[in-house]
Design a protein around this ligand. Structure first.
Ligand SMILES: Cc1ncc(COP(=O)(O)O)c(C=O)c1O
Length: 286
């Protein structure tokens, strides 16, 4: 089956898809993106992802490349053209193509690129055994709430994680509190059974999966606190897990050299994953 990408109004062969060398995404990382999971052919948490996309664009004074309705349609057409059952839609919007100059150009159309990819949404090994994370200093800029394509610090963090045999790196602020993973939000369950994740601010990306999990935890009556937690608290946690569109809820069984709890995936993480999956299968997907 041929693989298509969508680039500025056209469906093109993935291998030939291209943007101009003076695209501001290429020269200044002047762009934003979203990753939306496709579960059994349906978009998961589409509404939340489009709301966050709108916010990222507004924060950077960038216009939508097309109407929201048209964008939803293109996502669906690309999923259908590429025969995606379980996988992702990646969409990136940049300020567009202009002669290299720092300040925002006038009268330029944004660039819209969309691709899809198959993905195993049920990685049995990771779910049965849990994953390892390491902690690293958070060296990013101060607007982490914007889902910008400027991801070099996260690429460096993921590389460090890979070299340490870990799945993810949890970034730590100057006060010793965990902000989030390089491509996921960070969660712990304290010894008292309280679910904790850092509060939304400019310090983290407010994950769409995170927001859905908070709603699900609250409706299940799970004790919950939205606050910063330290590396020491994470090392001593009863449970830990990470969340993102592509990993849903993934249990963590090792943080640095510390075993989390008994070293097996936690019960609450399992319960929240199940709750998210049934949400994704029902009203979360469209
Ligand atoms: C830095 C960061 N935090 C959190 C997340 C999780 O966000 P979401 O649940 O919307 O995928 C991501 C996802 O890519 C991310 O890059």
């Amino acid at each position: 089956m041929p693989r298509y990408a969508y680039v500025n109004g056209r469906y093109v062969a993935h291998g030939e898809a291209a943007v101009h060398i003076e695209d501001r995404g290429f020269q200044f990382a002047d762009g934003v993106y979203e990753v939306v999971t496709v579960h059994a052919g349906k978009l998961v948490d589409e509404e939340g992802h489009l709301r966050r996309l709108d916010r990222s664009l507004r924060e950077l004074q960038m216009p939508w490349p097309m109407s929201e309705r048209a964008l939803r349609l293109v996502m669906r057409q690309l999923i259908a053209k590429n025969g995606i059952g379980d996988g992702i839609v990646y969409l990136q919007i940049t300020r567009g193509q202009a002669p290299r100059d720092f300040k925002y150009p006038k009268g330029v159309s944004p660039t819209l690129v969309m691709t899809t990819r198959f993905m195993n949404l049920d990685p049995v090994e990771q779910l049965n055994h849990g994953v390892k994370v390491i902690t690293i200093p958070d060296i990013r800029w101060k607007r982490r709430d914007i889902k910008s394509v400027a991801l070099l610090p996260q690429a460096m963090g993921k590389q460090k994680a890979a070299e340490a045999g870990a799945f993810e790196a949890w970034q730590v602020d100057d006060e010793g509190f965990i902000t989030e993973g390089c491509s996921s939000n960070a969660w712990i369950v304290t010894d008292e059974g309280v679910l904790v994740t850092r509060h939304a601010s400019n310090d983290i990306l407010n994950g769409i999966t995170r927001q859905s999990l908070i709603r699900l935890a609250e409706s299940a009556g799970i004790p919950f606190e939205e606050r910063a937690f330290s590396v020491a608290e994470a090392h001593a946690a009863r449970e830990a897990f990470l969340s993102s569109a592509t990993t849903y809820v993934t249990p963590i069984t090792q943080i640095d050299e510390h075993k989390v709890g008994e070293g097996v995936p936690g019960a609450l993480a399992g319960k929240l994953r199940e709750a998210y999956l049934s949400y994704a299968r029902s009203e979360g997907a469209s």
